[in-house]
Design a protein around this ligand. Structure first.
Ligand code: SF4
Ligand code: SF4
Length: 226
């Protein structure tokens, strides 16, 4: 079985420095990579987009961040609407929107359920993060998002799908919107930090007329559904 690219994103490690976002812009603004991607417009495109959630209330608040980009889906919804071979799935798993053949196909933007495709108004083409395929094809061992991230959020792996499944199960990785069955090749670790509730508090008691923190209190959390 041929080895394919995957990307693991650890949400817990992202601190919103936006280096990955800037590195992608640095790579693509003003640079044309024929067969891979036309230049990215200077504004309004976030091929690597940093999503943010805030959980809790003052004084206990937690902010978390998560980069979202093209998932290079194996059963890609964008490919189902693309005409004239505008989108191809490479043998190494990377999905490429052809900058010439996709001209005028705005429906590709709407077909991506992850909001990962941006419309280039000037060139009239859809564009997305290409996993730095143009660099990997010249010998790079990792994409620039991984190279530029100071906190090791990203881990790109070119491995067999069976090995990736073992890693997924072993590390508890998940994909975005699994119910779509689009089979993303971008996996998230600690995604619960973005998607679940944050419950926190303190337990105090009256000790000889003084409010004290209660040690070793057992707290039971119950939800009532109406
Ligand atoms: S994330 Fe969107 S653009 Fe990328 S392969 Fe999947 S459907 Fe296509
Ligand atoms: S470079 Fe790393 S830490 Fe900074 S925003 Fe991107 S993923 Fe997060």
């Amino acid at each position: 079985m041929s080895k394919k690219w995957n990307l693991i994103v650890d949400v817990e490690r992202c601190d919103n420095c936006r280096n990955c976002f800037l590195a992608t812009k640095d790579e693509h603004i003003g640079n044309d990579f024929p067969g891979y991607a036309a230049p990215q417009p200077e504004k309004e495109h976030s091929w690597v987009d940093i999503k943010q959630t805030e959980r809790g209330h003052y004084p206990i608040v937690e902010a978390n961040f998560m980069p979202v980009m093209c998932n290079h889906c194996d059963d890609a919804p964008c490919m189902k609407v693309a005409k004239d071979g505008a989108i191809t799935k490479r043998d190494d798993g990377i999905v490429i929107i052809d900058p010439e053949k996709s001209k005028g196909q705005k429906e590709i933007v709407d077909a991506c359920p992850y909001g990962a495709v941006y419309w280039n108004e000037e060139k009239q083409i859809p564009q997305a993060w290409i996993f730095d395929a143009h660099l990997l094809d010249t010998g790079w061992t990792k994409p620039r998002v991984e190279q530029s991230c100071p906190t090791d959020v990203f881990r790109s792996l070119k491995i067999d799908d069976s090995e990736m499944q073992r890693i997924k199960e072993g590390e508890g990785l998940v994909v975005l919107q699994p119910e779509l069955e689009s089979k993303p090749r971008v996996y998230y670790k600690n995604l619960h930090l973005m998607t679940t509730c944050f419950v926190s508090g303190s337990v105090i008691g009256d000790v000889d007329g003084i409010e004290e923190c209660t040690e070793a209190a057992v707290v039971v959390l119950k939800a009532e559904w109406q």
